[in-house]
Design a protein around this ligand. Structure first.
Ligand SMILES: Nc1ncnc2c1ncn2[C@@H]1O[C@H](COP(=O)(O)OP(=O)(O)OP(=O)(O)O)[C@@H](O)[C@H]1O
Length: 313
């Protein structure tokens, strides 16, 4: 089957600077494509071209095999999008905001609204004015608007902006379900590598406008470095270090100014923090805190492009 989303040599220049540089990618039906990049990498500009909001300087993008063009109304009825901050009517309630979209999209029946509110856990806020919503609920309303008409393709630019960790998990579950159960194809941009690696099936990394790496998300997740941070009373630092060292965990001080904090990338320690906790308790240097940290996009980047590992060696 044809790719649902495809770009070919997509390029955008603003004056003399190139924001997007010959990006070619394709996303198959039901795939979740994580489009990752640091701030200013060219994610939003790519998405704007993908949605026909701005014209490419060169190259083209295709949805359902058809060349994107802002005038193609038939394409937009099958696409939902959320680009940057959602545009909400502040004086209208959650329900009324969705009602506006329902009418614009010419959908019959209010069940479209009820279903979208239910999916995004907005039902308790149905009568709340948009301007009184928290940032996270505002973002949910933006998502509800994007998926109200049950589009076959969803294009989301940093959709978890403003959500708390529990909200991020919820949105991740919702998007996974949409892809798995309803076969929705999702293109999602983010700067949060760990987060997107858990959700996406494929990942493309964009850096300075160029698509520098594409991989299977599971493969990438395995490549991310993880480390266990262990915090003990600062007077116990050396004793704890000696204990872990004697057991082959090769701990390292995470930072000179963080007395009491040790870090290890030892695979066994990362996979079984409770073993480390037991060891330290038995040695009478109990940990105050144990936390597994995953490499972030910036650190991963610096490492892959050969500029120092972002994490302790
Ligand atoms: N309308 C514009 N005029 C001039 N330069 C622009 C314009 N829009 C974007 N740029 C530049 O293009 C580059 C890519 O921007 P873009 O917003 O696409 O990045 P991004 O990856 O989405 O980053 P962010 O996460 O910060 O939004 C940046 O250097 C930005 O300054």
């Amino acid at each position: 089957m044809d790719a649902m989303i495809r770009t070919a040599g997509l390029t955008k220049r603003f004056g003399r600077s190139t924001a997007v540089d010959e990006v070619s990618l394709s996303v198959g039906p039901g795939e979740i494509y994580g489009f990752l990049g640091l701030n200013g990498a060219g994610k939003t500009t790519t998405i704007r071209m993908l949605l026909g909001m701005i014209k490419p300087s060169a190259g083209a993008s295709y949805l359902f095999g058809e060349k994107v063009n802002a005038a193609r109304r038939d394409l937009w009825s099958k696409v939902g999008c959320l680009v940057e901050m959602p545009s909400l009517y502040p004086e209208l309630t959650v329900y009324e905001n969705l009602e506006v979209v329902r009418r614009l999209r010419r959908l019959n029946g209010t069940h479209w609204i009820e279903e979208a509110m239910e999916k995004l856990r907005l039902t308790p806020y149905r009568n709340r004015k948009a301007r009184h919503l928290s940032l996270g609920n505002g973002q949910r309303l933006g998502l509800a608007k994007a998926m109200l008409h049950k589009p076959a393709v969803l294009v989301l630019d940093e959709p978890t902006n403003g959500l708390d960790p529990a909200g991020i998990v919820e949105v991740r579950q919702l998007l996974s379900e949409l892809a798995a159960r309803e076969g929705v194809t999702i293109f999602i941009s983010s700067h949060l590598l760990g987060e997107v690696a858990k959700l996406a099936t494929r990942i493309g990394i964009v850096h300075q406008g160029r698509l520098v790496q594409e991989s299977d998300a599971r493969e990438l997740h395995g490549h991310l470095r993880k480390r266990l941070l262990v915090q003990v009373q600062s007077q116990n630092t050396e004793a704890a270090q000696a204990v872990l060292h004697s057991r082959g965990y090769a701990p390292l001080l995470a930072a000179a100014d963080e007395g009491g904090t040790l870090a290890t990338e030892h695979a066994d320690a990362v996979a079984n923090p409770e073993r480390i906790a037991r060891l330290l308790v038995e040695a009478d240097v109990p940990p105050k805190l144990l936390r597994v940290e995953e490499e972030d996009l910036e650190a991963y980047f610096l490492r892959t492009i050969g500029m120092d590992g972002g994490m302790a060696q």
